[in-house]
Design a protein around this ligand. Structure first.
Ligand code: THU
Length: 127
């Protein structure tokens, strides 16, 4: 799958976002080593702290389906800036794929790509 196809899957998920409080829809699509793709959108709650990020939703879908061998994730919002993963999502992604390729897109579809280790250089480990 091309970067653009993975970004399109993320954009499709973004359109299903439930974000009445922030009005900031986010979509994510995570690709697995076997080619499977799982998507997620942000799901807000009136108790704001109970909000789930798009990346966390995508990881939850993938892991629940038995797939945690991740190779690439695409993240998109409608914003003017590239949609980088929040701190908590960096940690969630690091749990499974410290060298994950992360595509961060903005509303006009342009994107940048980094390794997760660039976003989270000194991850917590309980080892
Ligand atoms: N959000 C995500 O879905 N992913 C992130 O990495 C950062 C933030 C969502 C949470 C909330 O619904 C909205 O963006 C505004 O913070």
């Amino acid at each position: 799958m091309t970067d653009r196809e993975l970004l399109d899957r993320a954009a499709e998920a973004m359109r299903r976002s439930y974000s009445p409080y922030s009005r900031f829809p986010v979509g994510a699509a995570i690709e697995c080593a076997d080619g499977a793709v799982f998507t997620g959108c942000n799901i807000e709650n009136s108790a704001l702290g109970a909000t789930m990020c798009a990346e966390a939703a995508a990881v939850a879908c993938a892991v629940s389906a038995g797939n945690r061998n991740f190779t690439r994730i695409a993240i998109i919002s409608e914003g003017a800036d590239y949609c980088y993963p929040c701190g908590g999502c960096r940690q969630i992604l690091n749990e499974f794929a410290p060298e994950l390729e992360v595509l961060c897109a903005r509303g006009d579809g342009r994107y940048v790509s980094y390794r997760l280790s660039a976003f989270l250089p000194m991850p917590f480990s309980a080892q």
